[in-house]
Write a protein of this length. Structure first.
Length: 231
């Protein structure tokens, strides 16, 4: 236009670490009111398998004879009520990757698990489930644990496979958020000596960390990280 010469220039996009799964899903829920691309429990598939969690889709079948099982879910809503004596109880709606379920929580557990019982929190709950002849499925919670805490205990450690040393600073910044757990962190990389012989180097960090499922996708998004493997 107007005789000016315009040279083609590639649009340079800055490097950005992708959102972690839970962070992305929280933004989706905030924007549209529900999870679009996955469910928050999808980040914890290994934890759910290790803890032998019952999927919500199997709950009614198992409850026919009366059963105690462990369920996992993300809290969707909490309805707090009072009985005739003035004692609190609640109905808590949760969801997993298969659907939703509701459990009753009596006052003692409601008070002791108050910090955990927040909308948006993912939990593992031990429940008693049965089928009432008139009211149908009845689920009563006996305990709650934040799934992050369960995951931190379940994993023994994390192996981080590096192609070079470039992501070390970014990894250090990430791991600082997870200090104080029980998991070991080991760096693994390959090197060559002056004769071009290849050998493996393993470096285990002296501190221990909470090996949360959120760490792995954050590591995999970094340049220079070939693999991050939970052990």
């Amino acid at each position: 236009l107007f005789g000016d010469v315009v040279s083609d220039q590639a649009l340079a996009m800055p490097d950005r670490v992708d959102w972690q799964l839970i962070e992305r899903l929280n933004y989706e829920k905030e924007a549209v009111g529900f999870y679009l691309s996955a469910h928050p429990l999808d980040a914890y598939t290994q934890v759910l398998a290790r803890k032998k969690i019952t999927p919500s889709v199997e709950l009614e079948r198992k409850a026919r004879g009366g059963v105690t099982v462990r369920l996992a879910g993300t809290i969707q809503n909490i309805r707090i009520m009072k009985n005739k004596r003035g004692k609190k109880f609640a109905f808590i709606g949760l969801s997993d990757a298969f659907g939703g379920f509701e459990c009753m929580v009596f006052s003692e557990l409601l008070d002791s698990a108050d910090e955990i019982l927040q909308v948006g929190q993912s939990v593992i709950t031990t429940v008693e489930a049965s089928i009432h002849p008139e009211k149908g499925l009845r689920v009563t919670a006996k305990s709650f644990a934040a799934i992050e805490d369960v995951a931190a205990v379940a994993a023994r450690g994390l192996e981080i496979f590096l192609s070079d040393e470039s992501p070390i600073a970014a990894i250090h910044e990430l791991l600082e958020k997870y200090k104080g757990g029980r998991g070991y962190i080991t760096f693994k990389l390959k090197a060559e000596d002056e004769n071009e012989y290849e050998y493996d180097i393993d470096i285990e960090l002296k501190d221990k960390y909470k090996v949360s499922p959120g760490i792995r996708p954050a590591l995999m998004a970094m340049k220079g990280v070939r693999e991050a493997k939970e052990i």
